[in-house]
Design a protein around this ligand. Structure first.
Ligand code: C5P
Length: 227
């Protein structure tokens, strides 16, 4: 059967990855969480004291980029690929609020984007891929056969994210999570390089009031149509 490329973009915590994973599984496609790659670079910068709340040594990060290797490895039990930074599984470490608070600054750096976009394009070379992020339909795969743009209110998104963090035993306040979601939206949409934009031919889905099953059914039908 013909294989296509599916790009799912949208604001922070719109639940893109949950439904994208489900869709990839149903189609027998590879799922790639591009946000995890920006988060892994951010974790690296934090581990090497290149970034903190009031300091960011962009030069040092850029010159260290070639020492940094991001890979994915499928976990049979979880049913998706986890992210590795220089051979170490960092799937949990990249999901903290601390990483979320710095990631959009790191994602503004063109050198970081160039490196990750090339890797993402290589991962999608053979099609049969569902990739989610901010610039997948606009920059990474402008020719993707199916482009979806997910939106939901900031409150809804912050609630989802807050619950996820609580489930991971991270004690964070709802207000801090909401602030982070709003601040990432602002930085991601206004940056110079590859801002978060709805691609011209993307189909918008507002999932504020949609169950996961309904979202999946919608996406699956769109994919079947595009194949
Ligand atoms: O998808 P997730 O929320 O994990 O992404 C974390 C951050 O990585 C985003 O807020 C954004 O700054 C950056 N990102 C990006 N381009 C992508 C994916 C993520 O700039 N394709």
């Amino acid at each position: 059967m013909k294989k296509i490329t599916i790009a799912i973009d949208g604001f922070s915590s719109t639940g893109k990855s949950t439904v994208a994973k489900q869709l990839a599984k149903a189609l027998g496609y590879v799922y790639v969480d591009s946000g995890a790659m920006y988060r892994a670079v951010t974790l690296f910068a934090m581990q090497h004291q290149m970034i903190s709340k009031d300091h960011f040594d962009v030069k040092r990060l850029v010159s260290a980029l070639d020492t940094l290797k991001i890979t994915f490895k499928y976990n049979d039990t979880l049913g998706f690929a986890e992210v590795y930074l220089n051979g170490i599984n960092v799937e949990n470490d990249i999901r903290t609020l601390e990483v979320s608070q710095s990631v959009s600054q790191v994602a503004e750096i063109s050198e970081v984007r160039r490196m990750l976009v090339l890797q993402q394009q290589r991962m999608g070379e053979e099609k049969g891929v569902v990739m989610d992020g901010r610039d997948i339909g606009t920059v990474v795969f402008p020719d993707a056969e199916l482009k979806v743009f997910m939106i939901a209110s900031a409150e809804t998104r912050a609630k989802r994210r807050h619950n996820e963090l609580l489930e991971r035993n991270e004690k964070v306040s709802f207000d801090d999570v909401l602030k982070n979601v709003e601040s990432r939206d602002m930085i991601d949409s206004s940056r110079k390089d590859s801002p978060l934009l709805k691609a011209e031919n993307a189909i918008e889905i507002d999932n504020s009031n949609l169950s996961l099953t309904t979202q999946f059914e919608k996406l699956y039908a769109l994919a079947q149509n595009a194949i």
